[in-house]
Design a protein around this ligand. Structure first.
Ligand code: ZN
Length: 199
């Protein structure tokens, strides 16, 4: 008989393995991995956490007004992140995308287990989006050059686009062509030097 305590430990471990699959996936580039890892463990130094060990005057979100900066808010349901997630969901052809960061994590962990082409793009785009939310937050915290929402999104698309073009095993079917189009990958570029897999 497994005690509840042991069972919970096992379950926690499984969850860690699940997000580790995503964070350390070959489809998430090293530059994106660190922030993704911190965001998944919810140990990013968001202002609500900093406040616990350091006196800071302001713990409000740097990307919008009137909210405390907590990890759920930064990556989940609020204007800057949720607008990016909406664009991301559209590009990846998902009809429903969760708003809550915990739920977003769950969905992404499920995707990480899948090796379909769409899931590969999901992993890459997901890592890139989390990275860019963090990047933008830090740009505002440390007064570096800020990007607008549109510039941030364009940057994510450009990044994913450049990466997808380097993939050499590209399945050929209508659904995947839609994905290419969404990420601005040109037909000519992908078909050149590319091995097509029959479906
Ligand atoms: Zn905010």
């Amino acid at each position: 008989m497994i005690s509840n305590k042991v069972w919970n430990t096992i379950r926690d471990k499984e969850e860690i393995v699940d997000w580790a699959n995503l964070v350390w996936s070959s489809k998430v580039i090293p530059r994106h991995q660190f922030i993704l890892w911190l965001a998944f463990q919810e140990i990013l130094n968001t202002r609500d956490r900093v406040k616990k060990y350091m006196e800071i005057l302001d713990s409000s979100c740097l990307l919008c007004e009137g909210n405390e900066e907590i990890v759920d808010h930064l990556f989940g349901n609020y204007s800057f992140a949720s607008k990016l997630w909406n664009k991301f969901a559209k590009n990846i052809e998902m009809t429903r995308f969760p708003e809550d960061w915990k739920e977003i994590k769950e969905v992404s962990m499920k995707k990480a287990k899948c090796t379909k082409f769409k899931s590969k793009i999901f992993k890459y785009g997901f890592g890139s989006t989390v990275y860019n939310i963090g990047r933008e937050r830090n740009a505002r915290a440390f007064s570096r050059n800020q990007r607008s929402l549109k510039q941030t999104w364009d940057n994510i698309v450009t990044y994913c686009n450049a990466n997808i073009q380097t993939w050499r095993r590209v399945p050929k079917n209508e659904q995947n062509w839609n994905l290419y189009r969404n990420w601005n990958v040109s037909y000519q570029k992908v078909t050149k030097d590319t091995v097509f897999l029959a479906r």
